[in-house]
Ligand binder design. Structure first.
Ligand SMILES: Nc1ncnc2c1ncn2[C@@H]1O[C@H](COP(=O)(O)OP(=O)(O)OP(=O)(O)O)[C@@H](O)[C@H]1O
Length: 350
């Protein structure tokens, strides 16, 4: 049974016209002129209990708007949103009891209080039974390595420490669903790893459903087996990360360092992705017959100092997807051919 479902959801914002200048500021006080911005366009998907889903999209794609509708902050213009079988806006209090939210910009911690006191206040607000509170408290402090700063006031914490405390507090009342917005942004590698491992553990052991928005592909790769990609308000991919990688990955990134700066060399079927004069970066799709053969041909004409190759990772896959959606994909890149069909099929659930 789906714990979250959206059916033909549309969200429109009214944007009031703003006039400039001295007289414009008076006009702004009375004007009723506005235009409509469709931030979410007829989106449908459902998420089962215990899934971990990454919500991805470029800036302004509509991710926050979707999350705000799921948390009951915003009401859709049309369509239906159900969270645990309820309308999250109408049953906002009930919804809040069963969800956890980690939004970087809005802290749930009390700035001047020690972390432990914030947790205790949370226990009272959510009326969490003492036994389960203590169990979770001890477990989260251990797993997130919070011993050293649990008695420190929140305002003295580093970003990584605060984020760990934010995640712990959001789970103390044992929510069924956890929404996270960029949980690892600005953190060092060790802090990122710790948070990712923790989220995997709560998802797998406690079956907490995770919906994660991020611009960091490693978050998706390590936490979320399923991916939803939104573009300009539309859902353009709904499927397994693994399948997207299989479909679009498998190519190679090749960097060739020439002895002298040369004009861009075009290689049939290969995309030049960055040109730095002496150094050129190419994208070979997995369909390009022989990478070595092609490089040898180039090297025969232009002295080459160094060649480096690496397999495409999830970041490259998503970049290709975005480029394709923006219409920048190379026509000759065979791995991109058929992508539209693939994306449409995945969204249609075939
Ligand atoms: N309160 C608002 N009033 C008017 N337009 C809005 C409002 N909030 C968002 N929008 C617009 O709706 C669209 C989607 O915005 P949203 O914040 O959902 O995108 P996002 O994918 O979360 O972006 P980002 O990655 O930058 O956070 C954008 O065009 C944005 O300008």
């Amino acid at each position: 049974m789906a714990i979250i479902s959206l059916h033909d959801v549309v969200k429109e914002y009214k944007q009031y016209k703003r006039y400039k200048g001295f007289w414009g500021s008076f006009r702004n006080l009375v004007t009723q002129e506005y235009s409509i911005n469709r931030a979410v366009e007829e989106i449908s998907f459902s998420i089962a209990k215990g899934e971990a889903v990454g919500l991805l999209g470029q800036n302004g794609a509509g991710k926050s708007t979707i999350i705000k509708m799921l948390t009951g902050i915003l009401v859709p213009t049309s369509g239906h949103v159900l969270v645990r079988g309820n309308n999250p806006h109408k049953k906002r209090r009930e919804n809040n009891r069963h969800i956890g939210v980690v939004f970087g910009q809005r802290s749930q911690l009390w700035w001047d209080l020690p972390v432990a006191d914030s947790f205790d206040l949370h226990r009272h607000i959510y009326k969490i039974p003492l036994k389960s509170y203590k169990e979770n408290y001890n477990k989260y402090i251990e797993l997130l390595g919070m011993h050293s700063f649990i008695t420190q006031p929140v305002r003295q914490l580093s970003l990584g420490q605060r984020m760990r405390a934010e995640i712990a507090i959001s789970l103390l009342h044992e929510p069924d669903i956890l929404f996270l917005d960029e949980p690892t942004i600005g953190l060092d590698i060790m802090a990122k790893d710790r948070i990712r491992e923790f989220l995997r553990t709560v998802n797998q052991e406690k079956k907490v459903t995770i919906i994660l928005t991020t611009h960091d592909m490693k978050d998706i790769d390590e936490i979320c087996p399923r991916l939803l990609v939104v573009n300009k308000g539309k859902l353009v991919y709904d499927g397994e990360v693994k399948q997207l990688k299989e479909q679009l990955g498998g190519g190679q990134k090749v960097t060739i360092e020439f002895a002298d700066p040369i004009h861009p060399i075009s290689i049939p079927g290969v995309q030049l992705i960055q040109d730095e004069g002496k150094r050129k970066h190419y994208q070979f799709s997995r369909n390009n017959a022989s990478v070595f053969e092609q490089i040898s041909k180039i090297a025969a004409q232009h002295p080459v100092i160094d060649v480096t190759m690496r397999e495409n990772d999830i970041e490259d896959v998503i970049r290709s997807l975005y480029q394709h959606l923006e219409g920048e994909g190379s026509e000759s890149d065979k791995s991109m051919q058929g992508l539209s069909n693939f994306v449409e099929k995945k969204v249609a659930g075939t």
